[in-house]
Design a protein around this ligand. Structure first.
Ligand SMILES: Nc1ncnc2c1ncn2[C@@H]1O[C@H](COP(=O)(O)OP(=O)(O)O)[C@@H](O)[C@H]1O
Ligand SMILES: [Mg+2]
Length: 341
């Protein structure tokens, strides 16, 4: 078998997981920089290509999919493939495709015309959620408590727009919690320096989001969200507690693996969406609506590996539970190269 290519362009523990998997299983592989201009002739020597995305890297958002689609066309086994990747970090794209298959998506509305959006707000009930199509860790999710707040958001989205990249001093509560886990002052300085570089690059290269308004029904009274990660025939799950005094969970870093927080309807819906849409791997975020039903609020193939590994087990497609820990990168490798896990 030709070797496997693992794209690595920046420090990324997720990508390291694929490297470890190949090393531990004596799988021939090479680490490549897929952004080199000679990537296409280079890809001929490989049987497969693995590539992780980072929502704050503009190259990954704008160009990675072009290279991956080209590799797919050249006959390589590719992760993420087109079905899995085309709607990455785009909640508008996700709205359309999830509606098409009748997934239990939280009611979501998008407008590309300011007057149409304002007219709709005149009939809407509040609070309402406003989102940017892009973003992670809750940075671009807003609670619109009144019509006037929603109209202001709308005017901004059809005016100067919103920069989707996070600010260095946003979400300090969560960042301080992470800092507390570091051992020495030197580690803290290093972590902040790394973060500053990442954020300033994201802010420099990100394109302002504007020209649309994206709204979602507000799901009240949730203490946590539910994340189900389907990789082939395995579904992993955990929940994330809301930040203190905040309605947002994603990015809080506060995980809870109690299975009674993850009802069967979430796991069933996640498997069904993955099957219908032909996903290799996908994370689904759910919240409970007012009637107590779990609704999807977004999906993404990318996530952190350790919280998934820490799941005490997984569900199979019949929703039978199996104990044990698994690295998601290894599971993805099996799905992509070996045809199943
Ligand atoms: N429709 C909604 N109603 C209530 N809270 C929401 C809604 N959508 C998102 N949230 C909260 O905001 C967090 C981030 O939202 P999400 O759409 O998953 O964006 P991100 O890409 O930042 O994770 C969620 O974990 C949830 O706590
Ligand atoms: Mg989320």
């Amino acid at each position: 078998m030709k070797p496997v290519a693992i794209h690595k362009y920046y420090e990324d523990v997720w990508t390291d997981g694929w490297i470890t998997h190949c090393e531990e299983n004596s799988i021939p592989f090479e680490v490549i920089n897929g952004y080199r201009t000679d990537v296409v002739p280079n890809l001929r020597k490989f049987s497969a290509l693995f590539w992780n995305f980072n929502p704050w890297r503009y190259e990954d958002l704008l160009y990675a999919r072009h290279i991956l689609k080209t590799a797919e066309f050249m006959g390589l086994k590719v992760f993420p493939n087109e079905n899995t990747a085309w709607h990455y970090d785009d909640k508008i794209a996700q709205k359309y495709i999830l509606e098409a298959i009748g997934a239990p998506l939280a009611p979501t509305w998008v407008f590309y015309d300011r007057n149409e959006a304002l007219g709709w707000l005149g009939r809407a009930s509040f609070p309402l959620i406003g989102k940017l199509r892009r973003g992670a860790a809750s940075h671009n999710v807003f609670l619109l408590e009144s019509r006037s707040q929603a109209e202001a958001y709308c005017r901004k989205m059809f005016g100067r727009g919103i920069d989707p990249a996070p600010r260095l001093f946003s979400d300090m509560g969560v960042r301080m919690n992470k800092v507390k886990k570091l051992k020495s002052g030197k580690d803290v300085v290093k972590a902040f320096a790394k973060l500053a570089v990442k954020i300033s690059s994201a802010r420099h290269f990100s394109q302002v989001e504007r020209g649309y308004a994206l709204f979602q029904e507000f799901m009240p009274d949730n203490q946590h969200d539910v994340r189900i990660f389907v990789i082939g025939n395995k579904a992993f799950g955990f929940t994330r507690n809301m930040r203190k005094g905040d309605f947002r969970a994603s990015g809080s870093g506060s995980f809870d693996y109690s299975r009674d927080r993850m009802p069967d309807e979430t796991v069933r819906a996640a498997f069904e969406v993955s099957r219908k849409l032909g996903f290799q791997a996908m994370n689904y975020d759910f919240l409970r609506d007012q009637g107590g039903k779990h609704k999807l609020i977004e999906m993404s193939f990318g996530t952190f590996a350790k919280p998934t590994y820490d799941c005490p087990g997984y569900w199979d497609p019949r929703l039978k539970w199996h104990e044990g820990h698994h690295w998601p990168q290894a599971e993805i490798y099996k799905v992509v190269v070996e045809g199943g896990n």
